[in-house]
Design a protein around this ligand. Structure first.
Ligand code: UN1
Length: 509
C-alpha cells in the first residue's frame, strides 16, 4: 500500500466546513466543545455544540407540542412533507454523501448509497401515507361491525449508530412522520455533523411544506446521558435504538420499566453457508462485499463463512487473493473499496479478537494496520481472513471490523446449527444451486434476514429489517414495520337496535 492511497492532512476540516455550509448548517450549530472527527485522518472537523439538559427538555417539550398538531394532519398530507424531504435529499445527495464519507469513513459509492437509502424510504413512506390501513373483521353479533384502526403514537426517540449515521435514522423518521409522530434524534457521538446536515435539509422541506409545526424534528448531539434521557422520558412512547447488544441490554429494561416500546437493532454475527453446488464466481464477489464492504462495520457484515469441506480449499484460495488485493485507503479516492476503521478503539478490538483467534488455533491472513506514521490517528487495516478449527467464543462474539472467520462443514444440518449457534440473529445467507438446500436453510435459519445467493448485508428498504435473539427483535423500514410507530385500536360498532352480547352472555335489566 503506497502512501498515495491515504488522504492528505489539512484538507478535510476545510472540505467538511464547505459541505456543511452548502448543506445549510447554521454556524451556531458548530461552536461548542464536542469534537467531530474524521476517521480518514483523525483530524477534528468541527466543534459541535452538544445538547445539555435544557436543550433536551426543550426538544422534548417541542416534540410533545408538535404531536398535538401533527397527529390531526391527515396522513397523506403528512406524506407530502416526507415527499418534499425526499426531494431535498435528492438535491443534497452529492454533498451529503461526501460528508458521510468524511465523517463515517465509508467509500463514496456507499456514502451515496446511504443517502439513496434515505430517499428510498421517503418514497416508500410517502406511498405508505395513503395506506395506513387496518382490517375489517367478521363479528359474531348481528348488525355489528368490527375493525381495527391505526392512530399516531406520540413523539419517537431515535438513537443512531456511526456506521449508518443517517440512513437508519431516516428509516425511523420517515415512517414516524407519516404515522403522525415527531422525532427527537440523538445521533452517534462519532457522527454529529451528518445529523446536523440532515436537520438543515429537513428544515428546507418543512419550510416548503408551509404549516409544519415547529418541533417535528430535533437533533440533540451529545453523549450517553442524552440517550438515557430519551429512554427514560415519559413523553416518548417509542424509542428506536441502533447499537451494540450491551447498549440494548441497558435500554430494554428501562423502557420496560415505563411500559414504553422499543425498536432495538443490536449486534449481528452473520454467517453464510457455501454449498458444493454454489456458483463460486458469484460467491467470491458476494463474500468480498459482505465481509470487507464498509470495512466490516455494518451490523449485517458477513463475519462467519461456513464452507463445505469439498470446496473449502478452492474458495479460501480465491478469497485470500481478494482479501490481499482489495484496495484499502482513502475512501474519497475512486478506486478504494475499504476505508478506515472508525477509530483506534475499533482497531484495538479487532487486534484483540485476532489474537484470541490465533490462540484458539486460527490461521490468519491479513489484519495488519497500514503504515500509520503519516496518519497516527487514522486506522486503515487490511481485512482479515481467519480459518478456524471450530466456532470458538471469539467467533461467536461480534467484532465490528473486517474479520471473516472460515469454518468447515460436511452436513447441511450441522452447518445450519453453526449458523444458529450464536447469540445474535440478524442476517444470514446460503450459496447453493440446489433448491432443497436453499429451502432447508430458509426455514432453518433463526435470523430476521435469510438470503439465497446474495450476502447478508446490503438490504433494501422494502423489506422489514431487523433480527432475533440478542439482535433485539425490532423491525424497521419496509413491509409492515410502520405498525410499531402507531397505536392500534379495535373498534366494534353496533348499527342495530338490539344489544346482543358476545359469547351469548345474558344481562337483562
Ligand atoms: C446497519 O448495518 O446498521 O443491510 C444497517 C444493510 C443496510 C443497512 C445496515 N441496508 O447493509
Amino acid at each position: 500500500m503506497s502512501a498515495a492511497h491515504l488522504p492528505p492532512l489539512n484538507t478535510l476540516p476545510r472540505a467538511a466546513r464547505d459541505l456543511l455550509a452548502r448543506l445549510g448548517v447554521p454556524a451556531t450549530r458548530l461552536y461548542g466543545a464536542m469534537a467531530a472527527r474524521t476517521p480518514l485522518t483523525g483530524e477534528i472537523l468541527a466543534d459541535v455544540s452538544a445538547a445539555g439538559p435544557s436543550q433536551m427538555e426543550d426538544a422534548l417539550a417541542r416534540a410533545d407540542a408538535a404531536f398535538k398538531v401533527w397527529r390531526a394532519v391527515p396522513a397523506p398530507r403528512r406524506g407530502e412533507l416526507v415527499r418534499l424531504f425526499g426531494e431535498e435529499l435528492r438535491a443534497a445527495k452529492a454533498d451529503l454523501a461526501r460528508l458521510v464519507t468524511i465523517e463515517a469513513g465509508k467509500i463514496l459509492s456507499e456514502g451515496a448509497g446511504e443517502v439513496q437509502e434515505m430517499i428510498d424510504i421517503c418514497d416508500f413512506a410517502t406511498g405508505l401515507s395513503r395506506q395506513l390501513h387496518g382490517l375489517t373483521i367478521a363479528t359474531e353479533r348481528p348488525d355489528h361491525r368490527m375493525m381495527e384502526t391505526w392512530h399516531p403514537l406520540g413523539p419517537v426517540g431515535v438513537i443512531s449508530a456511526f456506521n449508518f449515521p443517517v440512513a437508519v435514522w431516516a428509516w425511523n423518521a420517515a415512517l414516524a412522520l407519516v404515522c403522525g409522530n415527531p422525532v427527537v434524534w440523538k445521533p452517534s457521538e462519532k457522527t454529529p455533523l451528518t445529523a446536523l446536515a440532515v436537520e438543515a435539509v429537513f428544515a428546507r422541506a418543512a419550510a416548503r411544506f408551509g404549516d409544519a409545526p415547529d418541533g417535528l424534528l430535533s437533533v440533540v448531539p451529545g453523549g450517553r446521558e442524552l440517550g438515557e434521557a430519551l429512554v427514560d422520558d415519559p413523553r416518548l412512547p417509542l424509542v428506536s435504538a441502533t447499537g451494540s447488544t450491551a447498549m440494548g441490554r441497558a435500554v430494554a429494561p428501562r423502557l420496560a420499566q415505563r411500559f414504553a416500546r422499543g425498536i432495538l437493532e443490536l449486534g449481528g454475527n452473520n454467517a453464510a453457508i457455501v454449498c458444493p453446488s454454489a456458483d463460486l464466481d458469484l460467491t467470491v464477489r458476494a463474500v468480498a462485499f459482505a465481509a470487507m464492504g464498509t470495512a466490516g462495520q455494518r451490523c449485517t457484515s458477513l463475519r462467519r463463512l461456513i464452507v463445505h469441506a469439498d470446496i473449502q480449499a478452492e474458495l479460501v484460495a480465491r478469497l485470500k487473493r481478494a482479501f490481499g488485493s482489495v484496495r484499502v485507503g482513502d475512501p474519497l479516492a475512486a478506486d478504494t473499496l475499504v476505508g478506515p476503521l472508525i477509530d483506534g478503539a475499533a482497531f484495538d478490538t479487532m487486534q484483540v479478537a485476532l489474537e484470541a483467534a490465533r490462540d484458539a488455533g486460527g490461521a490468519i491472513t491479513g489484519g495488519a494496520r497500514l503504515d500509520g506514521t503519516a496518519l497516527p490517528d487514522a486506522f486503515y487495516v487490511r481485512p482479515a481472513l481467519v480459518e478456524m478449527p471450530e466456532q470458538t467464543d471469539t467467533v461467536a462474539a461480534e467484532t465490528f471490523a473486517p474479520v471473516l472467520y472460515v469454518l468447515s462443514y460436511r452436513d447441511l444440518d450441522a452447518a445450519i446449527a453453526l449458523n444458529n449457534g450464536v447469540s445474535q440473529g440478524l442476517s444470514s445467507s446460503i450459496f447453493t444451486c440446489d433448491l432443497r438446500e436453499a429451502e432447508r436453510f430458509l426455514s432453518g435459519s433463526d435470523c430476521g434476514i435469510a438470503n439465497v445467493n446474495i450476502g447478508p448485508s446490503g438490504a433494501e428498504i422494502g423489506g422489514a429489517f431487523g433480527g432475533e435473539k440478542e439482535t433485539g427483535g425490532g423491525r424497521e423500514a419496509g413491509s409492515d414495520a410502520w405498525k410499531a410507530y402507531m397505536r392500534r385500536a379495535t373498534n366494534t360498532i353496533n348499527f342495530g337496535h338490539a344489544l346482543p352480547l358476545a359469547q351469548g352472555v345474558v344481562f337483562d335489566i
